[in-house]
Design a protein around this ligand. Sequence first.
Ligand code: SAH
Ligand code: SF4
Ligand code: F3S
Length: 470
Amino acid sequence: MERATTVISPQDIQIQLDHCQAVAQLNARLPQPPLAFVDTYGCQQNEADSERIRGYLARMGYGFTQDEEEARVIVINTCAIREHAEQRVLGNLGALVHTKRRHPDQLICLCGCMAQEPRIAEKIRQSYRHVDLVFGPHTLWKFPEMLHTLLSHRGRIFQTADEAGSIAEGIPVVRQDQVKAWVSIMYGCNNFCSYCIVPYVRGRERSRKPEDILREVEELVRDGYKDITLLGQNVNSYGKDLAEPMDFADLLERVNAIPGDFLIRFMTSHPKDATQKLFETMARCEKVAPVLHLPFQAGNDRVLKVMNRRHTIAEYLDKIRALKALIPDIVLTSDVIVGFPGETTAEFEDTLKVLEAVRFDALFTFIFSPRPGTPAADMDDPMPREEKLRNFNRLVALQDQISEEKHRAYIGKTVRCLMDGESGDPDYPLTGRTPGNRLVRAAGPASAVGTFAQVEITGANKWSLFGRLR
Ligand code: SAH
Ligand code: SF4
Ligand code: F3S
């Protein structure tokens, strides 16, 4: 498979930082520092991208707001994974016509995965004329230059050409959290699951160099971050495209060797690429959290084949068994699609069987949404929506029951949790996460936020655990 990647040079990033400087000078003439609103949809990859957009904006002299009325720049970072996500964005974007009418100086930018879809870019061009700038994930690194051009010349800019995927190091970052951080280790996806838009909008797989990743993690640990998630659409194929190939398990081992008290998480893993070596590395590396998100999508082999997932359910279950043998308390989560074109209710019931066999701690469940341009969007889809909904509800009910049972098993145990925030609930003022990433609401002092604490679990429901700090 073709692996075109554009590596953005340090000089090119310096040019962008110079544009930041130029915009900062323009902004310095304003009576007060201008504000920007960055609104993020979609997955952690988009969260990580938004942190870079904020990094650039901060260098340009912008402060931040959540209120579109007072923002001079609005950036909407979009997700294209399901139709519902797109409709929400288009609805919110439509409402901004009125905001912009009240504030004609406002600049509205649309970026992310939707912006990379030609169909959407065209729609914005024709029907959303208040949008000034549209750019896809491939050109995020050029954001300062685009914004500078807009501020100097006005007009509209569309940077959505389907370029080769890029890798850019050295973009400034403003992180949203002080305890947890994302680190992208690779971009794009080569899998082309037949329902999925990601490979079309995010380009081919490309890996960051291990030394860049390790440096970023070291800095995060030095800055006090305690929970670091390595991100990629398919982390198990990390490193295959590097000049000196290395695999994901080796990368994990090297991140684990960084001194400090912190947890390492990663997502997402594809079952066909999750190896015994990965499981052994997880078991051996004390900082790697005992949790695996391993989407199986459907429980029936025929459906999996048409989805182009390239594994069988027996293979999936074998891998889960091997992992449980190595890490008995492993927390398992997964993604499932209900109502894939042609999936019958009998085939759907195979998905329920997988739930019974694995007993996931949590499940992310979706009803199939046709994405124009993907093979599944053109497949025959005879099942009525009511039947899909009925199946969906059965799935959710079964998982709710399993989640609650699994959560109840924690009651009476004391678990070392990372306390990550305050909830505002007087009974359980703190929030935290178990090593397996289960949500914990706990009684304890606010000073515990940002630390690992022993939490005695006293209650549970299907969403979370309750307890008190010891
Ligand atoms: N790279 C990850 C998934 C990213 S998308 C992986 O391979 O697991 C997150 C989830 O959205 C997918 O796992 C899938 O369950 C769901 N999804 C993707 N495309 C979808 C579609 N067209 N309709 C419904 N759900 C979809
Ligand atoms: Fe989409 Fe499949 Fe790639 Fe995940 S692995 S991003 S589901 S194409
Ligand atoms: Fe959505 Fe793009 Fe992530 S489509 S799920 S934001 S990679």
